[in-house]
Write a protein that binds this ligand. Structure first.
Ligand SMILES: C[S@@+](CC[C@H](N)C(=O)[O-])C[C@H]1O[C@@H](n2cnc3c(N)ncnc32)[C@H](O)[C@@H]1O
Length: 358
């Protein structure tokens, strides 16, 4: 039996052959009809076929579309891309070898992303393979975090701190503070970047994440930075037990459905992470403790959250905001003129909300 190796797509119901003679139009017709195509030709031609299929899907929303409409259409387009493009498959042999002419050596990248390879024959969406190869470059090279004065190494599927605004906001707010003897929670730690900023100021940190990949990643990064003795990483839903002097959180910031488990770092279905965090925060603050929530206002700009609703939720949860520090968007996507959400992203503001019990 051929093993299904994907971590993000469900196993195909129907698989047919494709090769260097398969045209993009024919392939699109077949994948739209529910068939998955197992490529048997040249690997580089398979890549070209994937790119040609991508160009044939729903076009991007037109420039100038209202932000809420642009967001809705862009999410639809991405969902379609996820469902349809992941139906172009490549064979995988033992040791993560791709038995196709001109296939690169991807064994190290696939082992890092997906674990031990198949013992016999397997198959994998080509798109997922290419994503794993890209992610592996980041994992090896790391992402510089100026606020930390170091690099963190994101694993495949773990949120990479490429949006510098929030780490800078937290770093600036921590500057000059001595957290020796203090306990800090970092809720939804990802690579561990915020936990490390607090640990560097002397704190003992308990960092949580619900994704096992993130837990493994944060532990590895803590070790690389020599902070493993100070930062304990736990797999957990939101808060660890107990109360802390400081609770840090950079939550998924867009209240919309996540199409894949990997999207749960960015998309917060029903806004539930955020509402549960706000409702649970007061119960996890030690006397005199503070919660530091970093959040962009993209949701308000896209019409996904009513202006003022966040502040109202603080009050309803028995919290008062004692300080708000803001930063304009400087992350690379905010500069992308071709992005259909450019208008909303260009004006995006990230706020560090400093919260105490009322
Ligand atoms: C925007 S990322 C932030 C990651 C990291 N703190 C940073 O600032 O780079 C949100 C993180 O929350 C995690 N997450 C999502 N739902 C969670 C839950 N219910 N409990 C704990 N962590 C969760 C995601 O896996 C992701 O790592």
């Amino acid at each position: 039996m051929v093993q299904w190796l994907s971590a993000t797509s469900s196993a195909p119901r129907r698989v047919g052959p494709a090769d260097d003679r398969t045209t993009a139009d024919d392939a699109l017709r077949r994948i739209r009809a529910g068939e998955s195509l197992l490529y048997g030709g040249d690997f580089q031609n398979a890549r070209q076929l994937l790119a040609a299929l991508g160009r044939r899907l729903t076009p991007r929303p037109p420039k100038g579309a209202p932000p809420a409409e642009a967001f809705r259409r862009e999410r639809h387009r991405r969902r379609e891309a996820h469902l349809l493009l992941n139906r172009l498959l490549v064979p995988v042999a033992a040791g993560w070898r791709i038995p196709l002419p001109r296939a690169p050596d991807v064994a190290e990248a696939l082992a890092a992303a997906l674990g031990p390879g198949p013992e016999g024959d397997g198959m994998l969406p080509l798109r997922e393979l290419l994503g794993a190869v890209g992610a592996h470059q980041w994992r090896k090279g790391g992402v510089p975090v100026p606020a930390l004065g170091a690099r963190v190494h994101p694993h495949h599927g773990v949120f990479a701190p490429v949006r510098g605004e929030y780490a800078e906001l937290i770093g600036a707010a921590l500057a000059g503070r001595d957290l020796a003897g203090k306990l800090v929670f970092d809720v939804g730690t990802g690579t561990g970047v915020l936990a490390f900023l607090a640990a560097r100021r002397g704190a003992r940190v308990i960092a949580t994440d619900s994704e096992p990949r993130a837990v493994a990643c944060a532990r590895e990064n803590a070790g690389r930075l020599g902070l493993a003795g100070q930062v304990e990483v736990r797999e957990a839903d939101l808060f660890p037990e107990g109360q802390a002097d400081l609770v840090l959180c950079n939550p998924p910031w867009i209240p919309a459905d996540a199409h894949t488990p990997l999207e749960r770092a960015v998309y917060d279905p029903g806004g539930r992470f955020l509402s549960r965090f706000v409702e649970g925060l007061a119960g996890h603050l030690a006397p005199g403790g503070e919660g530091w929530l970093v959040l962009s206002d993209l949701a308000e700009r896209l019409g996904l959250r009513e202006p003022g609703a966040l502040e109202a939720s603080f009050a309803a949860a028995g919290l008062r905001r004692v300080e708000a520090r803001t930063a304009p968007a400087v992350h690379p996507r905010s500069k992308e003129q071709e992005d259909p959400l450019h208008e909303a992203r260009a004006g995006e503001v990230t706020t560090l909300h400093v919260l105490r019990t009322a």
